[in-house]
Every structure is written in C-alpha cells, then in structure tokens.
Design a protein around this ligand. Structure first.
Ligand code: M6R
Length: 378
C-alpha cells in the first residue's frame, strides 16, 4: 500500500502534484476565456452565500488553521473582503461579536474535528432568529464531504486529496490551499476586484504548479536527506516567513514538532527582534522563506540578523538566485514563482525536511506519539 515508499507520509508528499492537478481539474472551467461572461472558477457556490458579502470568518484547528491564514491573505488581497481566522477551540468560548453579511467557513480535512464542528454549530445557533443580515451562511472545506461536517453545513468545497493516512497533514494541506485560491478568485471575479489580465496571470501560474512541485521533489529530496545528518543533535528550530509565507513558517514548524519531537517555532520574520531573537545561537538553525515579492528584501535582512547571532541559515529561496546564495548557508530552492502563488511550493521542502529528520531519528513518522489522525474529542 505504501507503493515502495518507506512511510505513508513520504508517499503522500509525492502525491501532491497529482492532488493539485485534481483540484485544478475540479475547480477550473477548462475552456474559459476572459471574453466569456462567467467566472473561470467552478465551485458551484450558490449566490445566497456570496450576495452582499462584507466579512468572512474562518474556523479551523492545526494545519487547517494554517491553510485558513493563507486563505485570509488571498480573500483580503484578491477579493478585498475583511477576513478573520479563529482557532475553533478558542472561538467556542469567546466568539467574535456578530458581524453582518458574514460567510463562515469551517476548514477540516477529516470533517470530524470536535472543536471545529462545535464552533460551527454554535455559530449556526447564535444567528438563529436574527434579522436577515445576520443570518448564518456556512461553507465547509473538507477532504471528506460525507463526514459529520457534511451534515452540519449545506455546502462543501471538496478538496480531492484522496485518503491521507500519515498523521501529519501534507497533501490535504496543499489541497486546502487550492480551494482557497479558487474561492478567492471566484469572489474577486464576481466582486470585480481583479482585472482580466491579473486573473489570467494567476490562472496560468496555478496550472504550472504541479510540474513545479515535481521539480522540487526530484531536485531536493536527496539533498534534504543529506542535510538532516547535520541536525542529529539539534533541539530547537526557528522558521521565519512574512506575508503569505508566514503561515508556511508555522506549518513547517508544526510538521517538525509533530513527527520529530524537536521544538520548533514559526514567526513572522519582522517579529524576531521583539523577543525571539534572544533564543538564537549556533545551536539553533533558522529556516527562512524568502520568495520574490514585496517582502523579499525584508526577509533577507531579517535572515542576516539571525546570521549575526551565529545561527545556521537555511533558505527556501527562488532557484538560481545569487542574492539568496550569498545570504544563506544552505539553500532549498524552489521555482521562482510570484509570491502570491509560492506557498504551494515553499511548503514542499519543509515537509521533506521534517520527514527526513524524523525518519533519520528512527521515529514512527506515520503514527507520532500522543497524536491521532482526527481529534474527535474537545
Ligand atoms: O481534520 P482536521 O483538518 O480538522 O484536523 C485538524 C488538526 O487536528 C490537524 O491539522 C493536525 O494539526 C495535523 N496532525 C497536522 O499535521
């Protein structure tokens, strides 16, 4: 069943190009053209969820919460909709005061996470009997539309990742990101917050992602496996990113914590100087995600600050970038796509890094201690 891979997690990492292809096939109209008077996105979302939309709030846990943070960036920057992202477990006991014309999105790959389901049920209940602008509008994003989530929400975007066995979410995360790209583009098209040229540019970029993930897997895996030899004794890792790649820094840290039991923290790179930089020394490697865009130079300079504290600097950077080569001690290069599309690529080397560190330590990668695939208790 592992098809020659040592662990399900590695198999699932390798399935990601296919997962992105499946999402593109499901979500994009194949013969769409800018002259056509319809959205290029085929999510079959009823107008009642989109009409007069003023706010989006997203409820999720763990890796799904990280996907939601990328979603927030996309919904705000592409579709211009103010978006709140809440941990479902926190929202249950301190919900945001009711906002009008609000779409509530529950993100859960399993569709069975107790906190996410309870937070969505609570949101439904507290909006009952309220004036029409407060009426609940629920949408789910899930890999399992037949799950408990399916009974709770009237509409689900299915993520087409196929069954995921490894406890550490990999391919389901990437598929959730695809759902958010398409949701944000659909909304941007309908709200006319995006030009036809920009829309086409992003669609072209999305279609290139599967081959680009393949390239990363082909070119990086051996190198990353080798690199992990140097981290046999490492006890702490810091992951840095900014903008749309900040959630990827969080995700890189979570993957490492979950399966290797190494302490890891993700930070927005600009926050380092407000405290965490005190942790840095030669024993604490720093992984920084630096992709071309409006925070590129900023991240490089944040990385330099870490280097000045003797940290080993690992950069997830664009391929063939001389500036990156000069800044970092080790490079995990990915194709040089624009920042907006980069999370789907930058997360791949971080998954491989976590995997190989854990596998090298001889740990049970697919069934890490203390964790279950779906958390069905509060
Ligand atoms: O099934 P869900 O997406 O609701 O699960 C949420 C979290 O429990 C899950 O993402 C967890 O953090 C993973 N083990 C991450 O790899």
């Amino acid at each position: 069943e592992k098809q020659g891979f040592k662990h399900f997690m590695l198999k699932e990492i390798y399935e990601q190009p296919g997962v992105v292809r499946a999402c593109l096939e499901a979500y994009l109209h194949p013969d769409w053209h800018p002259d056509k008077d319809t959205s290029p996105i085929n999510l079959a979302i009823p107008a009642s969820l989109y009409d007069d939309l003023e706010h989006v709030q997203i409820l999720a846990c763990g890796t799904s919460w990280h996907a939601a943070l990328v979603g927030k960036y996309l919904l705000e920057q592409l579709a211009g909709i103010p978006t709140m992202v809440q941990y479902a477990s926190e929202f249950r006991y301190a919900p945001t005061p009711l906002t009008v014309n609000t779409l509530t999105i529950g993100v859960t790959q399993s569709g069975e996470t107790a906190d996410t389901l309870a937070a969505l049920a609570m949101e439904k209940k507290r909006r009952e009997g309220k004036p029409s602008q407060f009426q609940v509008r629920l949408l789910g994003i899930s890999n399992r539309p037949e799950s408990s989530l399916g009974h709770l929400v009237p509409q689900i975007i299915e993520t087409h990742a196929g069954m995921e066995i490894g406890v550490a979410a990999t391919k389901t995360f990437v598929s959730q990101l695809m759902a958010f790209y398409c949701l944000a583009l659909d909304l941007a098209y309908r709200r006319q917050t995006i030009s036809a040229t920009r829309l086409e540019e992003i669609l072209v970029g999305l279609r290139q992602l599967p081959a680009q993930i393949e390239l990363i897997l082909e070119s990086q895996e051996r190198y990353i496996e080798q690199l992990t030899h140097d981290f046999a004794e490492t006890k702490d890792f810091i992951f840095l990113g900014r903008g749309i790649n900040f959630p990827i820094a969080l995700e890189g840290a979570l993957k490492l914590k979950e399966i290797s039991y190494i302490h890891a923290e993700g930070y927005p790179a600009g926050e380092m100087k407000h405290g965490p930089i005190a942790l840095l020394d030669a024993k604490v490697p720093v992984v920084a995600i630096a992709m071309p865009g409006n925070v590129y130079e900023k991240v490089l300079s944040n990385a330099q600050e870490a280097k000045a504290r003797d940290s080993r600097l690992i950069g997830v950077t664009p391929m063939n970038d001389p500036e990156a080569a000069e800044t970092f001690d080790d490079l995990l290069p990915v194709p040089a796509v624009e920042e907006l599309l980069s999370p789907i690529l930058t997360v791949i080397p971080l998954q491989l890094l976590a995997y190989h560190i854990a596998a090298r330590r001889g740990l049970d990668v697919d069934q890490p201690r203390n964790l279950a695939k779906s958390v069905t208790v509060e």
